[in-house]
Design a protein around this ligand. Structure first.
Ligand SMILES: NC(=O)c1ccc[n+]([C@@H]2O[C@H](COP(=O)([O-])OP(=O)(O)OC[C@H]3O[C@@H](n4cnc5c(N)ncnc54)[C@H](O)[C@@H]3O)[C@@H](O)[C@H]2O)c1
Length: 289
């Protein structure tokens, strides 16, 4: 049987590089290093597999471009001999424009306020949704090559559980990732695909402004080994799906959604699915939107 195949986005650096290395060296995966940055990406792939292309491969990808991400999956599937088993939707960026600043409050030729730069959502949220869409398609087609079970992990953040006032768009995108995993995890697990999110606290990587990394107290740093603990937990238990795992210091914490505020909300959350399923059997025709 062929080796399992993992795609990790944002794997040229930081958390992605570390997860790719862990899956390759400790879980016997063939890994695709997917990243915008070719120099760093090639370096990571070569460090894992000096023969280049046997067990680790770099594929330049812009996850915010659907075609680019779809090409990544097609290449991984072919390279993997007809299987993809693990996908880590990990690439992420911080806010590209300060929402609070007066700079940038410029009018266009028609006197309309120019749009806020929201490119972040293409990387941090839209790409994660499209990645799940692509992943489940390829897992369903991996059975003949020995695959057919899938592990989907998305990198959210502690900012997706609490918030980060300096980066409100980042916060919104990371909340979105948690919602996606909680909603789809219990459904996809029925066909052998687990869907989970990790929420790291502060890990000094290239994402963090150098000044922040310099000033951050050592006791509040979360090591990359804690990310590996979460990955190991997902791989060890195929029933874990729709889970949100907070990573802080050396520990991983499974975080449940908020308590139901009353019996009516519990009923809505736990017992109304039949009604919704009926309602969406034939989606309502909506005029104009
Ligand atoms: N470092 C932390 O403290 C921390 C905490 C919580 C969550 N996170 C999340 O972890 C993930 C990884 O971040 P990191 O800390 O390792 O940062 P990093 O900057 O070290 O790595 C991010 C990688 O993503 C790549 N990337 C950016 N845009 C891309 C795109 N459009 N397509 C493909 N690749 C792209 C970058 O080239 C880079 O190699 C992000 O989603 C981030 O939001 C980080």
């Amino acid at each position: 049987m062929s080796k399992p195949v993992a795609i990790i986005t944002g794997a040229a650096s930081g958390i992605g590089e570390s997860v790719a290395t862990h899956l390759h060296n400790h879980h016997n995966y063939r890994v695709i290093i997917a990243d915008l940055n070719p120099l760093a990406g090639e370096r990571v792939a070569k460090a894992l597999d000096p023969t280049a292309g046997g067990t680790a491969l770099f594929h330049r990808t812009d996850v915010s471009d659907y075609t680019s991400q779809a090409q990544l999956f097609k290449r991984a599937y072919e390279w993997g001999g007809g299987r993809i088993d693990f996908f880590h939707a990990n690439a992420g960026i911080d806010d590209r424009q300060d929402m609070y600043a007066r700079e940038g409050e410029e009018l266009d030729g028609e006197g309309l306020l120019k749009k806020l730069d929201t490119r972040l959502f293409g990387v941090n949220l839209e790409a994660v949704v499209q990645g799940l869409w692509l992943f489940k398609y390829y897992v369903r087609r991996s059975r003949e090559a020995g695959g057919g079970r899938g592990y989907f992990v998305a990198t959210s953040s502690a900012a997706g559980l609490y918030h980060m006032q300096q980066c409100p768009q980042y916060t919104a995108s990371k909340y979105g990732v948690i919602g996606l995993c909680r909603a789809t995890g219990p459904i996809f697990v029925k066909e052998g695909i687990t869907v989970n999110a990790i929420c790291p606290a502060f890990i000094p990587t290239n994402l963090c402004p150098p000044e922040v990394a310099k000033r951050w107290p050592k006791e509040h740093i979360t090591p990359l080994s804690t990310v590996h603990k979460a990955i190991d937990a997902f791989l060890a238990d195929d029933t874990l799906s729709g889970k949100v795992v907070e990573l802080s210091q050396e520990n991983i914490y499974f975080r449940e959604q908020h308590d139901w505020v009353n019996e009516s909300q519990r009923w809505m959350g736990e017992e109304s699915n039949k009604i919704w399923d009926e309602g969406y059997k034939e989606p309502p025709k909506r005029e104009g939107y």
